[in-house]
Design a protein around this ligand. Structure first.
Ligand code: IMP
Ligand code: MG
Length: 173
């Protein structure tokens, strides 16, 4: 089945904003290194583009989580499907996410990762739906605040499809 996708944020808007965030991170962490954690799979396009725009030393690691429970809302209980390869101790960690919806996934993930004693832990998300927030998470870098609509592209999927769109679009039903 094919869906109609309405463009919400164009490829150039997204790329321009990622460039700005990259510059901001490079300034904020000047003189340090940052350790980017990509939350698979949705965060992968954003993480790669962002990493290219950071001018201070960068290391990267990847993890995959799934939230328990049925339906489209996350339960907040997170299962680590693929864990990080490297320890976090003493590192300035930036968790890179595609989108924050209820915030449950991230708030649980933060609890798990804090126990690994990073020097600092910051959240960076391409998209945020602030209206939908249930769990309290402090997000330092936000690409765009968007309304409560289901979006795809730039890593975000609808049933595993449309991750490869170079822009952000709304799935019209
Ligand atoms: P939450 O913040 O725990 O509610 O869940 C966030 C996760 O739900 C994101 O990492 C996405 O995988 C998924 N998600 C939330 N909203 C959307 C959307 O509009 N499009 C695609 N995936 C979404
Ligand atoms: Mg995600």
């Amino acid at each position: 089945m094919e869906h109609k996708i309405r463009e919400l944020l164009s490829e150039s808007e997204v790329n321009h904003r990622i460039r700005e965030i990259g510059e901001q991170i490079s300034q904020d962490f000047a003189g340090k290194k940052v350790h980017l954690i990509c939350v698979l799979k949705g965060g992968v396009f954003f993480t790669c583009e962002l990493a290219k725009r950071i001018t201070i030393p960068v290391s990267m690691d990847f993890m995959s989580v799934s939230s328990y429970g049925a339906g489209t809302t996350s339960s907040g209980i997170v299962k680590i499907v693929k864990d990080l390869d490297q320890p976090l101790e003493g590192k300035d960690v930036i968790i890179v996410e595609d989108i924050i919806d209820s915030g449950r996934t991230l708030s649980y993930l933060m609890e798990i990762l804090k126990k690994r004693k990073p020097n600092s832990m910051t959240i960076c998300t391409l998209l945020d739906k602030p209206e939908r927030r249930v769990a309290d998470v402090e997000v330092k870098y936000v690409g765009f605040n968007i309304p409560d609509e289901f979006v795809v592209g730039y890593g975000l999927d609808y049933d595993q499809e449309y991750r490869n769109l170079p822009y952000i679009g709304v799935v019209e039903v």
